[in-house]
Design a protein around this ligand. Structure first.
Ligand code: ATP
Length: 342
């Protein structure tokens, strides 16, 4: 069956990376592409970074493939397009898988010899996307500013369940609930209580561990192989997932999915990289891996595996961009992936 996909190029490196990803998805699946506008270019044209037409189209499609948008400094009341999309589509789960690639040098702190790959990593972080410290409820007067950290039973339960269902589907055997309940006794106390209860039906096949966020930040650097699926609240997930992307080669290679009950949006972890836009050197891996996550979500698992394997093969052939120690250009990597599909 034809899948209808809304694609949003966005700003900076967005158009060049999206073009490559679309051409690869076309090799694998029967897709009808619908273009949507969002980001700074859309703001300049329409006076809003997220035109209503884009939201309406997203709701009429099977999935959204999004590249990256620029958030310009100095425009008061500028509303981020991606935050708007997450809200409008109620995309409560942010999923970031972290899988090592061949020939990507190890970060020196992992204890691996310089320029050698560490033991391959294969884990994921699931972050609650709708509340926590990013609930947007802030107040300030002359002497004090406060932000409300909202944790609800409903959102905690659905995010932990999402993490367990993902673990089950991907054959992981442990989920780590990450919190700071020793200090945030009420808010993270609730997250932990609800999380432990939601974990029970999955035991003993999938174990439940809980850990304090600061110790997890250290363990990610010292022994990232300890983790399989991490599930946590909004701010902690935001910070830990950027930290984790450094373990597998940085922003250029990390994909993500934003998933809700009805809708789903897939985007690379990196931003619009305006410093390298138009130069043909951006790493297309995060974008291509996001497309693979999208295919899997659409029920096209074999096609998704095929794409992931083709990306890995390009890295085995040492075809990689500057940011991960290579000399290839964006186009070279995309073409290597295309050849490897066959
Ligand atoms: P934005 O305002 O869109 O967030 P930014 O430059 O602040 O842009 P990123 O776009 O994430 O944030 O870029 C951070 C750094 O990582 C930049 O130096 C950028 O060139 C680099 N980078 C980001 N994405 C890629 C990529 N796909 N390939 C290579 N380098 C990248």
């Amino acid at each position: 069956m034809v899948k209808k996909i809304l694609y949003i190029n966005g700003d900076g490196v967005g158009p060049e990376l999206m073009a490559g990803a679309r051409s690869i998805v076309d090799e694998l699946a029967d897709v009808e592409w619908v273009e949507g506008e969002a980001g700074y270019a859309a703001y300049l044209k329409h006076g809003t970074a997220l035109p209503n037409d884009t939201v309406v189209s997203a709701k009429a499609c099977d999935a959204v493939l999004f590249c990256a948008v620029t958030t310009p400094p100095g425009i008061p009341n500028y509303k981020s397009a991606i935050i708007g999309m997450r809200k409008e589509l109620d995309l409560y789960a942010n999923l970031r898988p972290f899988d090592s690639l061949p020939n990507v040098p190890a970060p020196s702190w992992t204890g691996a010899p310089a320029n050698s790959a560490p033991a391959p990593l294969h884990f994921a972080i699931v972050r609650e996307n709708t509340e926590g410290l990013y609930s947007g409820i802030e107040e300030a007067d002359e002497v004090r500013a406060t932000a409300l950290r909202v944790i609800t039973r409903r959102a905690s339960e659905r995010i932990v369940k999402f993490a367990y269902e993902y673990a089950k589907k991907r054959s992981f055997s442990k989920v780590t609930l990450v919190h700071k309940a020793n200090v945030l006794r009420k808010s993270d106390g609730l997250f932990l209580e609800v999380g432990r209860a939601a974990a029970k039906p999955y035991a003993p096949a999938i174990a439940c561990e809980d850990a304090i966020v600061d110790s997890v930040a250290m363990r990610l650097v010292k022994s990232p192989g300890d983790f399989q699926v991490i599930v946590t609240t909004n701010l902690f997930g935001d910070i830990l997932s950027d930290e984790a992307s450094a373990l597998i080669g940085g922003l250029g290679v990390a994909p993500s999915a934003n998933i809700g009950q009805k809708y789903a949006l897939f985007e690379p972890v990196h931003g619009s990289a305006p410093d390298i836009a138009g130069k043909g050197v951006a790493n297309p891996t995060g974008m291509l891996r996001s497309a693979a996550l999208m295919l899997a979500h659409l029920g096209l698992e074999p096609e998704a595996r095929k794409l992931e394997t083709a990306i890995e093969s390009a890295y085995k052939q040492n075809i990689k961009t500057l940011d991960v120690g290579g000399t290839a250009r964006t186009h070279d990597v995309v073409e290597a992936v295309r050849k490897n599909l066959n």
